[in-house]
Ligand binder design. Structure first.
Ligand SMILES: N=c1c2ncn([C@@H]3O[C@H](COP(=O)(O)OP(=O)(O)OP(=O)(O)O)[C@@H](O)[C@H]3O)c2ncn1[C@@H]1O[C@H](COP(=O)(O)O)[C@@H](O)[C@H]1O
Length: 133
């Protein structure tokens, strides 16, 4: 029941990562005294470090099965990932295009296509725009 209620609440929000990306871009030029985003964008190394810290916290929440913490930490991860992308001049659209290029091919098929030495086998899906790292 709880999970169904959560799903209904999620369906009601129209807020997207693109909305958040726009909000961060608007804050990036603010004073670092006024904006946490501006601090991160001014210092990509710090943005990367914070992203890593938040990712680890999400890992712990996921491993322990703490649902509320996983939601909260996932929000931190997404925020910090967008801040890192902004700091490094990578538009979210570029990441989405990378993901779109992976559609139509199972992750397991891609994994199986790799050689044991880690050398990438030729891509067999013509719709795929690029490989995975
Ligand atoms: N979504 C977020 C968001 N999520 C997390 N955080 C901040 O991320 C920080 C990380 O949490 P920590 O506990 O690690 O913070 P900390 O220990 O104080 O951080 P450090 O001193 O280690 O850098 C906190 O200060 C949170 O407030 C966020 N800060 C901003 N946003 C969004 O960005 C918008 C602009 O924010 P500002 O740039 O601060 O105006 C906001 O309106 C929000 O929409």
């Amino acid at each position: 029941m709880r999970e169904r209620a959560d799903a209904e609440a999620i369906a009601m929000t129209g807020f997207t990562l693109t909305d958040l990306e726009r909000a961060l871009a608007a804050r990036a030029c603010a004073s670092p005294e006024e904006s946490y985003t501006a601090r991160l964008v001014a210092d990509p190394q710090r943005a990367a470090k914070k992203f890593g810290e938040e990712a680890v916290e999400a890992v712990i929440a996921g491993a322990t099965g703490d649902r509320a913490a996983l939601v909260s930490e996932s929000a931190d991860v997404l925020y910090h990932l967008l801040a890192l992308l902004l700091a490094r001049g990578v538009p979210l659209d570029e990441v989405m295009a990378e993901l779109e290029g992976r559609t139509g091919r199972s992750g397991l098929a891609e994994k199986a296509a790799r050689t044991r030495e880690g050398v990438r086998a030729p891509q067999v899906n013509p719709s795929s725009q690029g490989g995975r790292s």
